[in-house]
Design a protein around this ligand. Structure first.
Ligand code: NAD
Length: 472
């Protein structure tokens, strides 16, 4: 282990190298997969109040082996080129793991959204989009951004509108960005998608008895304790869905302003409402406030879910982590140094490039919806409903019994867009988990899920390169 703290991109590259050894792929091909294909660093002025501010921004396209490239846009004061490169690389591997046919990309603006009014944020977002258009770094078949830390549906609507204004008449223009509001060509189920995917991934881990036994855990999520860091888009949906659908007990939550704890469990939905009303999670009835927000990471629990930023678990605190499983909802929350310490302690890490892939999966569905110009379920919903209705009528006729009104509604419902999106997401997360698990069982010398996930991704990307004839 070196004395220097590895940068985020270095951590990703180190994990790549660790996995590459298990693939047997040619060195040159691995090198091509590893590097960032295009880095666009920009500075542009925006008038804020009576003065001008120079905004530092990036868009990195990590891999062009499949197009378009895809990845979120981050607004944070931590943004720098190394971070955006690391996030773009993770996107390439993530897309491969969940069979989303895109290359990886990421964007970042070094700003703190809290320091601006919505009007100012709109100005900055539209200007950034114009820069991307000018350099041909955005478009339905080129590069398709999405939300990430500090951005959401509102920013995506501004991006789509700017693009469609400047590329007036482009028939597939709405597909230039995903994560848009449903009313503006978005898709139902996108907002919750990353958190829902995190839930499905953790649920899969808890379905294999033999993997749980060494940790002293029983199958099933009900009653398992969870700690969440970051109650933004990903953390809040992970918490509410894990509680509602998995009966998980969330015992602590950390946010910017502090961390709260209750051994009896915290109702995440009520906590979110409390934060909305008071501006803070601190003081939520029935909870104790921890001395420091980082203390939440070191609590004893079954599942720790870091859902804020990278490198929050580092060589300095890894030894004090007591969770049995860490579900990486955020990108890169564990540094490469910390990972070695955690693995030695027997802690299981469900890696970011698999676990938070629900967002890009549903973004892919949104992109397909935009290209088809039609909502999922529109063609078949009524047809299916009528078919099931006829079946129920037949059964009633044959048995002489009648089903109740509620039962009939339940039995004959055709799938809506959100049902199909959730079903596609669940299928994706379950299948990808099985593939990663299979690699970890089959390949000798692989004893962690990150390496297995990397190997699975690298083999798929290499096969794409070979199919393209670039490396015949
Ligand atoms: P977000 O901006 O909606 O929420 C992040 C939250 O973390 C904020 O509420 C912030 O106050 C909090 N936070 C920041 N530093 C903290 C700290 N030290 N302790 C506790 N809380 C802290 O962002 P998000 O979209 O939920 O993204 C979170 C992570 O998930 C990022 O790493 C992002 O790259 C990753 N991710 C997001 C998506 C997506 O669809 N939004 C998809 C895949 C991965």
């Amino acid at each position: 282990m070196s004395n220097q703290v590895p940068s985020f991109f270095e951590s990703v590259q180190r994990n790549f190298d660790k996995a590459a050894k298990h693939t047997g792929l040619p060195k040159g091909l691995l090198e091509q997969i590893k590097v960032c294909n295009a880095v666009y660093q920009m500075r542009f002025p925006v008038k804020i109040g009576n003065d001008y501010q120079v905004i530092e921004a990036y868009r990195v396209q990590h891999s062009h082996h499949r197009l378009p490239t895809k990845g979120g846009i981050r607004y944070s004061m931590h943004v720098n080129q190394d971070e955006v490169m690391a996030l773009a690389a993770l996107m390439t591997y993530k897309c491969a793991i969940v069979d989303v046919p895109f290359g990886g990309a990421k964007g970042g603006l070094k700003i703190s959204p809290r320091d601006y009014t919505p009007k100012q944020l709109e100005k900055i977002t539209r200007r950034y989009t114009a820069e991307l258009i000018r350099k041909n770094f955005i478009g339905p078949g080129i590069d398709v951004p999405a939300p990430d830390y500090g951005t959401g549906a509102r920013e995506m609507a501004w991006i789509a509108d700017t693009y469609q204004t400047m590329r007036h008449g482009e028939i597939d223009g709405a597909a230039c960005v995903t994560g848009k509001p449903v009313s503006q060509n978005g898709i139902r189920g996108r907002e919750e998608a990353t958190g829902r995917g995190v839930y499905y991934g953790i649920r899969e881990f808890f379905s294999f008895k033999e993997d749980l036994k060494p940790l002293g855990l029983t199958p099933g999520l009900a009653g398992k304790t969870m700690v969440i860091q970051g109650l933004g888009n990903v953390g809040s949906f992970t918490g509410t869905i894990s509680q509602k659908e998995g009966d998980v007990k969330v015992i602590a939550v950390a946010e910017y302003e502090g961390a709260v704890y209750s051994e009896n469990g915290i109702d995440v939905e009520k906590l979110l409402k409390f934060r909305k009303d008071t501006g803070s999670i601190v003081g939520f009835p029935g909870t104790k406030t921890l001395p420091k927000r980082e203390d939440a990471l070191e609590l004893e629990c079954d599942i720790l879910v870091p859902a804020a930023l990278e490198n929050v678990i580092h060589a300095g605190n890894a030894d004090r982590i007591k969770a049995k499983i860490i579900g990486e909802a955020a990108n890169g929350p564990i540094s490469a140094d910390a990972e070695e310490i955690l693995l030695k302690k027997g802690i299981v890490i469900i890696p970011d490039m698999y676990l938070n892939a629900g967002g890009v999966t549903v973004s892919y569905f949104e992109w397909l919806k935009n290209l088809s110009h039609m909502r999922f379920g529109r063609m078949e919903k009524r047809f299916n409903h009528n078919t099931y209705d006829n079946l129920v009528n037949m059964v009633e006729g044959m048995t002489g019994k009648t089903v109740g009104v509620q039962e009939r509604i339940f039995l004959t419902r055709g799938a809506d867009e959100v049902d199909l999106v959730r079903s596609g997401l669940e299928e994706t997360m379950v299948t990808a988990y099985q593939q990663i698990r299979e690699v970890s069982k089959r390949k000798k010398g692989i004893n962690d899920f990150r390496t297995a996930a990397f190997v699975s991704a690298l083999n798929k990307i290499a096969s794409d390169y070979m199919t393209l004839g670039i490396f015949p």
